[in-house]
Design a protein around this ligand. Structure first.
Ligand code: HEC
Length: 171
């Protein structure tokens, strides 16, 4: 009987000797998982807004192909087009986008405004910009400006303001 109890105690010791490292290994695994989860979450917090803000553009925009293929019938090197575009920009756009298109002086203080510069225009088709100006960007202060909207710009005026911006800010 005494021997059996002793044997049992030895077995118990052996078992806990074996289980101890396994348990601490598990704990290590758990904390590894937790650490990599922390890293992932941290990376997501960092990367998501970066992808949103890269180039001042949200990446998740789906601009219809037929718009991307549209060509601007006007050019900003045409003086009357430039002047009309300049007039519209100063009346309808500058208060938010800044008179130089860089968001400086925007009434939307603290909002990360897109910067309309050479790099911006080298990456965006006029049709892409046209779609945004016509439809606006939902859930942002960027309203629709197209025909029938509150601002009711004609298609020609939208093209002219884009031609102006490209000429003025994109060179
Ligand atoms: C009431 C403020 C306001 C006015 C007025 C306004 N915008 Fe905007 N616009 C914004 C904001 C804010 C954004 C950025 C939205 C976002 O991505 O969060 C924006 C985005 C844009 C973009 C998209 C930039 C990109 O991400 O590629 C274009 C193009 C644009 N505006 C053109 C215009 C033009 C042209 C006018 C004038 C006809 C105009 N906007 C008037 C607030 C305004």
């Amino acid at each position: 009987m005494g021997a059996t109890i002793k044997n049992f105690k030895t077995m118990q010791k052996t078992a806990s000797g074996l289980l101890g490292p396994i348990d601490s290994q598990c704990r290590q695994k758990r904390s590894d998982t937790f650490n990599s989860l922390k890293t992932t979450i941290f990376a997501m917090i960092l990367i998501v807004p970066m992808s949103v803000l890269a180039g001042g553009e949200r990446k998740d925009r789906k601009i219809p192909d037929e718009y991307l293929a549209k060509k601007n019938p006007f050019t900003g090197s045409d003086k009357s087009v430039f002047e009309r575009g300049e007039y519209i920009f100063s009346k309808k756009c500058a208060r938010c986008h800044g008179k130089n298109g860089d968001g400086v002086g925007s009434i939307l203080e603290g909002y990360q405004m897109p910067v309309f510069n050479k790099e911006y225009y080298s990456k965006r088709e006029d049709g892409y910009i046209f779609w945004i100006v016509e439809h606006g960007l939902p859930n942002t202060p960027m309203r629709p400006f197209g025909p029938g909207s509150d601002y009711n710009l004609s298609e020609a005026d939208i093209w002219k303001v884009i031609a102006y911006e490209r000429e003025k800010f994109g060179k």
